[in-house]
Write a protein that binds this ligand. Structure first.
Ligand SMILES: CC(C)(COP(=O)(O)OP(=O)(O)OC[C@H]1O[C@@H](n2cnc3c(N)ncnc32)[C@H](O)[C@@H]1OP(=O)(O)O)[C@@H](O)C(=O)NCCC(=O)NCCS
Length: 166
């Protein structure tokens, strides 16, 4: 699939929600449990923190958004973590395993270094082998397991903590 990866714009909100909400509703992949509204997503893009990154992957032939990746500083209550970002990656469930995440990582890593990030620290549900495989393929390492970290539909789920130095 020929892709263009670019920064998200407020008008991308509807397409982004069209990707993330089915992922949330499936209940299998993410700790998010409440679907996003288009208005909330648009506001999130408009109010993105100064060091926030938000990239979309667009299929070239019809301009359809097929995936996105966003990153924010790990914490804002201290400058001690300014060099650490937390990342999320979401690809349309119909277009998985076609290299879309891989393309998003390329731009995000480059943009993150430019913004002064030195490492990415994030979490993946222990039952989400696709996400874990994707991050390990991008050079992330497992640093531990947070047991019973999420409770989704009444069921505990462990979270795998991963990191990658940039
Ligand atoms: C995880 C996710 C983002 C991967 O996106 P993708 O576009 O399908 O990934 P890619 O096609 O770029 O895969 C790149 C590499 O990652 C690894 N990978 C991807 N999916 C995998 C899977 N199901 N099992 C094992 N490894 C996998 C492979 O090494 C793959 O390379 P290959 O296809 O040449 O073997 C996608 O499955 C998704 O959006 N899932 C639902 C949301 C989610 O779980 N997000 C993560 C929450 S933090």
């Amino acid at each position: 699939m020929e892709l263009l990866v670019r920064e998200a714009q407020p008008d991308d909100a509807e397409a982004i929600v069209g990707i993330i909400n089915p992922i949330i509703e499936a209940g299998l992949y993410t700790a998010f449990d409440t679907p996003f509204t288009v208005e909330a997503e648009r506001k999130y893009i408009l109010d993105l923190p100064q060091r926030g990154l938000f990239h979309v992957a667009v299929r070239r032939h019809d301009q359809k958004i097929v995936g996105f990746q966003s990153m924010e500083p790990f914490a804002t209550y201290t400058h001690a973590f300014d060099h650490v970002g937390v990342l999320g990656t979401y690809v349309d469930l119909s277009y998985r395993r076609q290299g879309i995440a891989m393309r998003l990582f390329e731009l995000t890593f480059e943009a993150a270094r430019r913004r002064g990030y030195e490492k990415i620290f994030t979490y993946v549900r222990a039952d989400n082998q696709a996400a874990l495989g994707t991050y390990l393929n991008q050079g992330f390492q497992i640093i531990g397991t947070a047991r019973r970290q999420a409770k989704i539909n009444g069921k505990y789920v462990d979270e795998i903590i991963i990191e990658r130095l940039l």
